[in-house]
Ligand binder design. Structure first.
Ligand code: UDP
Ligand code: MG
Length: 160
């Protein structure tokens, strides 16, 4: 019923989002969280972490053959990162849309990178690019007990 509907599998889709060291240093934590929150997505895990170089290499493992890999992993491990898991229908794909294209000068205005960044190596935010990477990245950054499942009063105003 309207009152006590169960969360559907679609509503329980999860993605890993990280505010990179440049986003933290530039004071964009609240701005970025606000965008996901206002959209209607649900925060199910969050922590501030300073990743080691080794951990950054694990996170970007699929890019290890790329020329920018060393600079990228040095950068990700250069300071605190806000690691988060966001939940909701379509959050993996739509989250990427909210983030914008990898190169900020190619990101549309209105996207996070489009509004706040210029250089590809300083593009302030990471988001999982598909269901498999979301699963792997959530498992890399969080212990299962750090992920919370809960209902919000607004769920019934967001989903039919
Ligand atoms: N990156 C870079 N130079 C490039 C391509 C990517 O420094 O030519 C960085 C950029 O910060 C990007 C990250 O590497 O966010 C991971 O690359 P990916 O292609 O996965 O882009 P994303 O999924 O973050 O949009
Ligand atoms: Mg990527």
């Amino acid at each position: 019923t309207f009152q006590d509907q169960e969360l559907s599998a679609a509503e329980l889709e999860r993605t890993f989002i990280a505010i990179k060291p440049d986003g933290v240093q530039r004071g964009l934590i609240a701005e970025i969280i606000a965008r996901f929150e206002r959209k209607g997505y649900k925060l199910v895990a969050i922590k501030l972490v300073h990743p080691t170089k080794d951990f950054a290499e694990k996170h970007y493992d699929d890019l290890k053959a790329r020329p920018f890999f060393n600079g990228l992993t040095d950068f990700l491990s250069s300071g605190p990162v806000v690691a988060m898991v966001w939940e909701g229908q379509g959050v993996i794909k739509y989250g990427r849309k909210m983030i914008g294209a990898t190169a900020p000068l190619a990101s549309e205005p209105g996207t996070i990178r489009g509004d706040f960044a210029i250089a590809v190596g300083r593009n302030i935010i990471h988001g999982s690019d598909g269901p498999e990477t979301a699963k792997d990245e959530i498992a890399l950054w969080f212990k299962p007990e750090e992920l919370l499942t809960y209902k919000k009063e607004t769920d019934k105003w967001l989903y039919e």
